[in-house]
Design a protein around this ligand. Sequence first.
Ligand code: NAD
Length: 233
Amino acid sequence: MTSPRNIVILTGAGISAESGIATFRGPGGLWEGHRVEDVCTPEALADDPVLVHRFYDARRAALATVAPNAAHVALARLDAEWLGELLIVTQNVDDLHERAGAKRLLHMHGALRSALCAGCGAQETWTGDLPPGSLCAACGAAKLRPDIVFFGEMPYDMARIEQALAAADLFVSIGTSGAVYPAAGFVQGARHAGAETLELNLERSGGSGYFHETRLGAAGVLVPEWVEQMLAS
Ligand code: NAD
């Protein structure tokens, strides 16, 4: 294969693990001690808004205690230096990619430092606690909620992501278990469009068999190595 020009990179919770942020399904299948369905569904938000808001308040507050690791820094360098098309699509709701300097970045599952109005759909930057009933700056309704894409909700920017996948020469998946759709299906979409596919993960993911190549290890080691290789090519 000739050197790829158009790269799409999908990242998941594993890329932030070495920064000290727990992955989605930690010990016992829990996310920070909670069942995913208790904090990550529209039903949970409707049934117990105080619990759900507090859960994301804690995740948002924890961002102040962590920093980007070598993998985020390497991807930001690739973003800055890669002359072809490049898109980083993250499933993560932390802000470590942007704090490392990445610019060509989409948060397909939302962001902790953002609030969403369930009334008018406006989004606003939010850094502190977000109690239920907080007022929307755009429409005044007391309907602000965490700007997180819950199970059953439509991820952000799907049209742009699908366009990028269709044009990709190389698709790279980093630190994701391949359990959450539609992101887990991106590898098949990219392959179908003719892209080479590479997985960088601590262990083989659910969709490992779809990748042309899998490299196993910590993102903080594998990602800087891969970026060096790309920039030297
Ligand atoms: P996941 O927890 O299901 O899978 C993480 C994957 O990363 C696993 O396959 C694991 O083996 C691998 N991994 C763990 N440590 C690693 C390391 N040091 N280097 C490389 N790989 C490592 O996470 P997912 O697939 O991203 O699940 C998606 C959902 O998790 C998203 O909806 C996302 O919003 C949510 N989430 C986000 C964060 C965050 O923003 N940092 C944290 C937890 C959950």
